[in-house]
Ligand binder design. Structure first.
Ligand code: ARG
Length: 450
């Protein structure tokens, strides 16, 4: 059913009709009905339609909501979109007065409202999933507060740290992602209803009443902005794209960790895939798919920005495409969050210790404590590293004489600094990889996710 036949003799059919229809909006069914319930109540209270009729429309919409929840709502091929489908069904249930539902409203403000309500609920679910991921990372980290691994810069071993520290970095990223979804929810919680097609209505609609009965904080202050803007969708897609980029980095690391070269971890059978050709293979496909799908969500962000950039105010049908984009981004993130959690649970860690050279900064800082300027101590340790390297000796084979030959402010006890476990224990700054700091971070994260 179209909502706009009056002025036409002929009608769009076949492929042309199909081209205009995007049934991905079907998932807006419930929020669409909720929005209509609020609208109809307001129409009755404002005496824009008789209260008795508002009540009948309300009851009809409630019935449709029940059908939807029972999985019994049927779409028809002729339904142009979710809004048309609900109005068509309402007509079947309450008769001609269904035509009053759309009083003072356009699909333009309706769809903007629906998407805001839908994304607000979806954001809440993503927040829960991100917290669960942070909890999984934190649980694993708590088993590895003393497992010493190298930290890396440029994928070269940098300083010793702990595996717990490394995993918590991703837990903090997940918490920031959840914070971004929470921030986005605040901007989602305003109602476009009452904007109409573009510039409002001559009827005495109470916009705030409808907004508040939907639990929204207020109304969009400008009707053109209300129906024509999709920055709230772009913001949501960004939340997804950044979270996917973070997951993709973690996935990339898992892929490295389970290589024979890195040897940090092994994958359990439950999260491994085999090769059809190579019998020995145990592949990290889940991680690779998370990494791969992050690309398409980054593409969604480009798509939603591109969708907006050339549009004159206010509503243009291009905007129908926002749903496909944001639903894809949201679904992909949701799936990747669950898969990543399972992947992490399927890892058993036994990483090799860092190489001895990662003690270089500890040596330099020992000299700093004795009054040597850092630039000079950096130079001294750099020379020691170079000398051992050119004489073909491993850094771990350095002797007290080697240290004293380089600079007489070294002390015999400095050789103990080559122990990576001692190095992480000695880390004094907050946020570092020392077991103490990691323990504090775990506590803090657990408090935050409740
Ligand atoms: N299906 C449309 C969308 O998602 C609803 C709004 C249609 N408005 C219009 N003027 N054709 O954008």
């Amino acid at each position: 059913m179209t909502l706009w036949g009056g002025r036409f003799q002929g009608s769009m059919t076949g492929d042309t009709w199909d081209f205009t229809v995007d049934d991905s909006d079907r998932r807006l069914l419930e929020v669409d009905i909720k929005g209509s319930l609020a609208h109809v109540e307001m129409l009755g209270k404002q005496a824009i339609i008789p209260v008795g009729e508002a009540d009948r429309l309300h009851a009809g919409l409630e019935e449709i909501l029940e059908e939807v929840r029972a999985g019994e709502f049927d779409f028809e091929q002729s339904d142009e979109d979710v809004h048309s489908a609900v109005e068509r069904r309402l007509g079947q249930l309450v008769g001609e007065i269904a035509g009053k539902l759309h009083t003072g409203r356009s699909r333009n403000d309706q769809v903007a409202l629906d998407l805001r309500l839908y994304l607000s609920e979806a954001a809440q679910r993503r927040i829960g999933e991100l917290h669960r991921l942070a909890a999984t990372l934190t649980d694993i980290a708590s088993e590895h507060t003393g497992t010493v691994v190298p930290s890396y810069t440029h994928l070269q071993q940098a300083q010793p740290t702990t595996l717990g520290h490394h995993l918590l970095a991703y837990a903090w990223m997940a918490l920031r992602s959840s914070g971004r979804f929470a921030d986005a929810r605040e901007r989602l919680a305003v109602s476009p209803l009452g904007a109409g097609a573009s510039s409002g209505s001559s009827l005495p609609l109470d916009r705030l009443m409808a907004a508040q009965s939907l639990g929204l904080a207020g109304v969009m202050p400008n009707s053109l902005d209300a129906v024509g803007s999709r920055d709230f969708v772009a913001e949501y897609v960004f939340c997804c794209a950044q979270a996917m980029a973070d997951l993709s980095r973690l996935a990339e690391e898992v892929i490295l960790w389970v290589t024979s070269e890195f040897g940090w971890a092994k994958l359990s059978d439950e999260v491994s895939t085999g090769s059809s050709a190579l019998p020995q293979k145990r592949n990290p496909d889940i991680a690779e798919l998370v990494r791969g799908r992050a690309a398409s969500v980054a593409g969604d962000l480009t798509a939603i920005l591109g969708l907006q950039k050339g549009l004159p105010l206010a509503y243009n049908r291009d905007l129908q495409e926002d749903k496909r984009i944001v639903f894809h981004a949201d679904d992909t993130l949701s799936g990747a969050l669950a898969a990543t959690r399972r992947l992490l649970e399927g890892l058993s860690f036994d990483p090799p210790p860092p190489i001895a050279q990662t003690a270089a900064l500890d040596l330099a800082e020992a000299l700093v404590r004795r009054g040597v300027p850092f630039r000079e101590s950096h130079e001294i340790v750099g020379r020691l590293v170079g000398r051992l390297e050119t004489t073909g000796r491993a850094f771990s084979e350095a002797t007290t004489d080697d240290l004293l030959d380089e600079d007489d402010r070294f002390e015999p006890g400095d050789l103990e600094l080559f122990d990576p476990a001692r190095s992480v224990e000695a880390r004094a700054t907050s946020g570092s990889g020392s077991p103490e700091s990691v323990g504090e971070q775990i506590e803090e994260i657990r408090k935050l996710i409740g």
